[in-house]
Design a protein around this ligand. Structure first.
Ligand code: MG
Length: 397
């Protein structure tokens, strides 16, 4: 019996691990065709052993000898790819009919696009790639016949609430608004003064979701929701002003679609990424995901409130970038990636993240027309350089 080959880009991260968990529940339907990690050799070897993946890749090529040695120690004979091109090579593999794009950051753009170009089922968790060049990814998928299913819990929820014949990138008739829910992050009740000097440890202690460090900081600044607003605009073709962000502490409603007739459809579930992953792997069928089922009586209530853009300036910057379009989302994302890294390294304070983004957006937006992968990468590199100059110059510290 033939099973679907799945390649996981970003296999050792939180989404990669959840994907493996779901796949291992369904050996009759799926096998792992390839695994790609950034730097975590030990976890990659463990996963290669558990899945018998025939091909493994490591993006940091200085770690290739160590990876080869560890695979030999374990008696594994898988083929090894190393370096910055490994992700793209794996994304194009004919043996993988399905690609999970779970690399964090702009660095995942090329491989996400490659999977779209080769007509795969593309499960996109790499939100930065969609923010930068979602239009490019969608156009490639339209040409190749690739089926894109969003993994970000909010976008997966919206996908589930849209009509089954909806085409990505085109607002389906009858849709009035999209409502994106946000837990509010760990600092939702903090004063503006306390926020200024919040530490990386505090920022990474999310009240509901367990995630990697970059997305945890993005959740704490609400930039994550800002990036998701841009992502939703590009994926579903709904104008920015018809996408609303709602703070919803329980993280049970993952997002909603409002229709012209007054109907509102929501998708609910436990805050566990295995639900959207299983949905996207099995679509249009439903697969057991191993998650805890939601007990609404035990939950008791669902609360919603509007976000405070005054306290969370990053969300305001993202809304501004979404409205401006063009290179603005690319600049926003690049500045954010640099600022978050500086914050995690201790060279920028929490309040400085929004400061760097605001500065870079006002100095760099509108400089590059973006109409190709090359032009997106130029705008990204220029904004990154501008952000680095600010961080090194000591802004916000
Ligand atoms: Mg999300």
């Amino acid at each position: 019996m033939s099973t679907t080959g799945v390649a996981i880009l970003g296999c050792t991260g939180s989404i990669g691990q959840s994907t493996l968990d779901v796949l291992q529940r369904h050996p009759e339907r799926f096998h792992v065709a390839a695994l790609l990690a950034h730097r975590n050799v030990e976890r990659l070897v463990e996963q290669a052993k558990a899945t018998r993946a025939p091909l493994v890749g490591i993006a940091d090529e200085t770690l290739a000898p160590q990876l080869q040695q560890r695979l030999r120690d374990e008696g594994l004979t898988c083929h090894v790819l190393a370096g910055s091109d490994a992700a793209e090579t794996i994304a194009r593999l004919p043996e993988a009919q399905c690609v999970m794009a779970a690399i964090v950051g702009a660095v995942g753009l090329r491989s996400t696009l490659a999977a779209a170009e080769t007509g795969k089922r593309l499960l996109v968790a790499n939100k930065e790639a969609l923010v930068m060049a979602g239009w490019l990814v969608l156009a490639a998928a339209r040409r190749s016949g690739a089926r894109i299913i969003p993994i970000d819990s909010e976008h997966n929820a919206i996908f589930q609430c849209l009509p089954p014949d909806a085409r990505l990138g085109e607002a389906p008739p009858g849709v009035r608004r999209l409502l994106l829910t946000a837990s509010g992050g760990p600092f939702r009740d903090w004063s503006p003064e306390a926020l200024q000097n919040a530490t990386p440890e505090q920022a990474c202690a999310h009240p509901v979701w367990r995630m990697g460090r970059k997305i945890s900081v993005d959740s704490a600044t609400l930039m994550n929701k800002g990036l998701e607003l841009i992502e939703a605009h590009l994926l579903f073709g709904v104008p920015v002003d018809r996408i609303e962000v709602l703070i919803h502490r329980q993280s049970a409603v993952h997002s909603l679609v409002e229709y012209q007739d007054g109907s509102m459809l929501a998708q609910l579930g436990s805050p566990d990424m295995r639900t959207p992953i299983a949905h996207a792997l099995g679509w249009p069928q439903r697969l057991p995901a191993g998650v805890q089922f939601l007990d609404l009586a035990q939950l008791g209530r669902l609360d919603f409130e509007r976000p405070d853009v005054g306290r969370f300036a990053c969300l305001g910057h993202a809304i501004e970038a979404a409205r401006a379009g063009g290179d603005a989302p690319v600049v926003l994302n690049a500045a954010n990636e640099v600022a978050v890294e500086a914050f995690l390294e201790g060279s920028l304070n929490f309040g400085g993240i929004a400061g760097v983004i605001g500065e870079v957006m006002s100095s760099s937006t509108g400089r590059h027309g973006v109409n190709s992968l090359e032009s997106v990468r130029e705008a990204d590199a220029a904004a990154r350089a501008a952000a680095l100059r600010l961080v090194r110059g000591g802004l916000g510290t």
